[in-house]
Design a protein around this ligand. Sequence first.
Ligand code: F6R
Length: 357
Amino acid sequence: EKGTYPYYMLKEIDEQPAVLRHIIQEYQGEDNQLEVDEALLAAMMEADRIHIVACGTSYHAGWIGKHYLETLAKIPTEVHIASEFSYNQPLLTGKPFFIFISQSGETADSRQVLVKVKELGYPALTITNVQGSTLSREADHTLLLYAGPEIAVASSKAYTAQMTVMAILADVLGRQKGHDSQWDLAHELGLVARAMDTVIDEKAQLEELAQAYFTDTRNAFYIGRGLDYYVAMEAALKLKEISYIQTEGFAAGELKHGTIALIEEGTPVLALVTQASNASHTRGNVEEVRSRGANTCVIAMEGLEQEGDQFILPHVHEELAPLVAVVPTQLLAYYATLQRGYDVDKPRNLAKSVTVE
Ligand code: F6R
């Protein structure tokens, strides 16, 4: 039940720190070490390539998952939109391993690929919020998100849970393969939960930012590089699907290769800046659009802040920054939608679980 909350989405955004703490507990074994099922690990140890298959927000979490699998477990990983995979099947290597990410576990586009993968005889893991769901039953392995029921059509806590479970899986797999990850992931995730709490306490500021940037705009952009680009894609989907503002999530450096033509006086461009290695380059892109009239704002991690309009994220391990950086963008989407007078939980034309192809 949503209790005193006006909308499920707000409740689900607020639940994220608790969900994170719950996931850590569920995946901690003896000696508080993060663990996943032995049979799953054994199957993944064999893989020469991982294919992540998903739709929408789960697809966006897949990109972060790819990053973790490649950096921590050092397994080449591809990310596919489920509805494209079937008709545009990639060339497969000898030992592929498939990961389906689906909050509901019922998405028809993803299921269609899973059925095919099973026909071909390849191993598959489903990462889902719903125990006993179709994709969970039909895959060889399941990892649960432990996010609790997600009612709002726009996914929030499932996305952060998906990224968290992907990080845990990649970390455990990396250790199993003998790669020293140099961090205590459970500890770092605990710090992420605290940082999320801090962002959630800044609702008043985010409500004002939504007012300043989104009240009567037709379009908007989120930009970033690397992990920030992946979050920009999700931030854009969230804003467009509930506020109906046409929003693109863009690779910051790619804007100047065509899309910058859309920037006019007052176009909102929000940049994510959480990675020291590319912060100055993204800042450069912000300047490019600001000088062409864009209404710019930077969502920057502590330590990377500068003068100008910005929202500051508490510092966390850079690799986990997406978990914190997405939270203000969820709240911005929420407030923009309220201010524009739409139903946050039930956007037009959308259903929570898409069971048609
Ligand atoms: C967006 C959203 C959708 C879903 C997508 C996949 O907020 O919720 O994009 O992420 O339909 O759904 P699942 O994860 O249930 O397969």
